[in-house]
Design a binder for this molecule. Structure first.
Ligand SMILES: [Zn+2]
Length: 587
């Protein structure tokens, strides 16, 4: 078995994809909302039998490699290295190894090596005592340190660089990975110096960068992050997602916190469906990533946060993206970490008692205000606080419920609230083109061809009937190759099985066509299938005839001007085509 197949047999496509998005069983297959184009209803399908995926919306599809290429933005060599590592397969083919070099996968590799290096340093080096003490003081236990691969960056400008260079990595790549900085004379130095290291790990388990915390009172930034690299985009990572994803899917909600330490504490406290925006203000991209797993988000807010504009903006974004938001009240505590340290049960309790977002804000606003103090100024303030939330609510039932609530709370007619809502203008956010996904436009002929081939491959009744009526010339390019192979196999075996195709490129193409067809016709009986095949067959022939007619018309015109003898033959040919056309129509 070659290395490629070895990787494929060790990595299950459903496992792999469900580590990135929420997939649901649908008959023999699985479906999901496509991560590559914008959609509300799932058209992304996974076939565990065929180990392939296909999106009926944007037409993207393929195997585990193509999924990782799309998802992580890697080229084929990169995806190969990425998955080889995951599968524990050693790549020996030099050609394959080199094809992935100097690409994103190299940056993953470097960050993973660095994570292991920092982790070992934390565990073993006397110099890292300060970090071990800090973790003991923060009550982070051994298992958690291992789980999160926490580490310590030595107080040295060269230790990591030397380690990586000794393994043969080039200075340029170490800098590109965000692990070192360039110095004046062209040499490089470790970027992280004397800091506790939190590796940021993607859903497939690969480290792509770090958040680093200083442990002394030095007058430097408390936290620093990996700079933007080809694999690390701050606005698109969520700390802890790799560990939280399973639990999020199971519990159907996620708790969103601010700091990495909150995630670590929460995880150790038994609440594992938790992720952090990792020090940045929550971004739309982060919400979109969360929404691949769940729409139910619990924000953890302390008493200062409730008024925090940054957090409110985060909630606004989440509402705009159609999330259901609840808020856990941290009361007097600064963050979940502090809360857990103070009382083991309080965090779980506050999550359990979390309130729908607007209920939380109503309570905050009305909490300490007596009835007599609820004058016009106060009512205006309430309205101006609440309306921006209402405006962004995607669920109209929920929105109308809160319009009613607001109306009765501040004693105004609902209609004036609806009027006020109309006046609020939301900033338009332009979807970056990349996330919209390109929908591949196919010609009608190509669509018909694929449909027909899919039917021939999937249903023996159609194969027997139509294969002898078709010829290689009815197809083009890869479709022609596939038809040719199919015909040969059928002539030899009188039936067709996917494993009879030997060509490495045709096989995945054929399996995708079969997958699409089997999905599309899963409720159809033989009669309907036969009718469909007949319809496609006729259309395909008609396409061909139309082209032939056009060609002939053109040639006849040419010959007419020359008064040549050939004209007679051409007219005869044209007549034949018309007969053929009639034949097809009546078929
Ligand atoms: Zn899609």
């Amino acid at each position: 078995m070659n290395e490629l197949e070895d990787i494929k047999t060790r990595i299950d496509i459903v496992d792999l994809i469900s580590s990135y998005i929420n997939v649901k069983k649908a008959g023999r297959n699985y479906k999901a909302v496509c991560p590559f184009h914008k959609e509300k209803t799932p058209s992304f399908m996974i076939s565990p039998d065929k180990q392939i995926w296909h999106c009926f919306g944007c037409q993207k599809g393929g195997d585990v490699f193509s999924f990782i290429m799309e998802m992580e933005g890697l080229d084929f060599g990169g995806a190969l290295r990425f998955l080889a590592k995951k599968a524990g397969v050693n790549l020996t083919s030099v050609k394959i190894i080199e094809s992935g070099l100097n690409k994103k996968s190299l940056l993953f590799e470097l960050n993973n090596l660095a994570a292991s290096y920092y982790h070992r340093f934390l565990e073993e080096s006397p110099e890292a005592q300060i970090a071990r003490d800090y973790l003991i003081e923060r009550k982070v236990d051994k298992a958690t340190i291992i789980e999160f691969r926490l580490g310590y960056a030595p107080k040295s400008f060269s230790k990591l660089v030397n380690f990586l260079q000794s393994k043969g990595y080039k200075s340029d790549d170490i800098v590109k990975a965000g692990l070192a900085v360039k110095k004046n004379r062209g040499d490089i130095a470790d970027r992280f110096y004397g800091r506790l290291m939190f590796p940021i790990i993607n859903p497939a388990g690969a480290a792509l960068g770090f958040t680093a915390r200083i442990l002394t009172d030095e007058k430097v930034a408390k936290y620093i992050n990996t700079p933007e690299t080809e694999i690390y985009e701050k606005s698109k990572v969520l700390f802890g997602l790799d560990k939280a994803k399973r639990e999020i899917l199971e519990k159907k909600w996620v708790s969103l916190v601010e700091g990495n330490m909150d995630v670590v504490s929460s995880w150790q406290n038994g609440v594992k469906n938790v992720v952090a925006s990792s020090g940045t203000a929550l971004t739309r991209d982060q919400i979109k990533i969360i929404k691949r797993y769940t729409s139910n988000i619990i924000f953890a807010l302390d008493k200062d946060d409730a008024g925090s504009e940054a957090l409110k903006r985060g909630i606004f974004l989440a509402l705009e993206e159609g999330a259901n938001i609840k808020i856990a009240d941290l009361g007097e505590f600064k963050d979940p970490d502090e809360m857990i340290k103070a009382d083991n049960l309080s965090w779980k309790k506050s999550l359990k008692e979390s309130k729908p977002c607007l209920d939380f804000y109503f309570d905050k606003l009305f909490g300490k205000i007596s009835k007599s103090e609820q004058d016009v100024t106060f009512k205006k303030k309430v309205a101006s606080e609440i309306l921006p939330f209402l405006k962004r609510m995607q669920n109209s039932i929920e929105a109308s419920y809160y319009i009613q609530t607001l109306a009765s709370k501040i004693q105004v007619p609902e209609s004036s609230i609806i009027e006020a809502l109309k006046k609020i203008k939301l900033e338009k956010h332009n979807e970056p083109r990349k996330t919209q996904g390109k929908v591949v436009k196919k010609t009608a002929e190509k669509i018909t061809t694929e449909a027909l081939l899919g039917l021939l491959l999937s249903f023996p009744v159609t194969l027997e009937e139509f294969i002898s009526l078709l010829e290689d010339e009815d197809f083009q390019n890869q479709d022609r190759q596939l038809f040719h192979a199919l015909k040969q196999i059928f002539e030899k075996n009188r039936n067709f099985n996917l494993k009879d195709i030997n060509d490495e490129e045709l096989k995945p193409y054929a399996s995708i066509l079969m997958f699409i067809t089997e999905e599309g016709y899963k409720d159809a009986d033989n009669d309907e299938i036969f009718k469909e095949a007949k319809f496609c067959y006729k259309r395909l022939k008609e396409f061909k005839i139309t082209v032939l007619k056009e060609e002939l018309r053109f040639r006849i015109k040419e010959e007419e001007s020359k008064n040549s003898d050939n004209l007679h033959n051409l007219m005869k040919e044209f007549q034949e085509i018309l007969e053929k056309e009639k034949e097809i129509k009546e078929f």
